[in-house]
Design a protein around this ligand. Structure first.
Ligand SMILES: [Zn+2]
Length: 87
């Protein structure tokens, strides 16, 4: 498997994994602004990254919640924890 195929497989497993869920943030259901899908894959991202330096968040030890749209793979960032929608 070459690197490109490996990356494609990794992206595919991220987007097409079995754990797509719907979420609430700020009391509202999260909806993809691009395709209006409500199913996302959640990833927890440590804020101790180059990104934290970039946006001046070095003071925090927190983790951000990243929701990847299960349909179009658009990424939504939430600093606070997002709740799983109870179905
Ligand atoms: Zn989408």
């Amino acid at each position: 498997m070459n690197i490109s195929a490996g990356l494609k497989a990794a992206a595919k497993s991220l987007v097409n994994g079995p754990r797509a869920e719907s979420f609430r943030a700020g009391g509202k259901q999260v909806v993809c602004p691009h395709c209006e899908n409500i199913l996302f894959h959640r990833k927890k991202i440590s804020m101790h990254t180059a990104f934290s330096s970039l946006v001046n968040l070095e003071w925090t030890d927190g983790e951000a919640n990243v929701l990847v749209c299960a349909n179009c793979s658009r990424i939504e960032w939430f600093y606070d924890n997002v709740e799983t929608e109870k179905s």
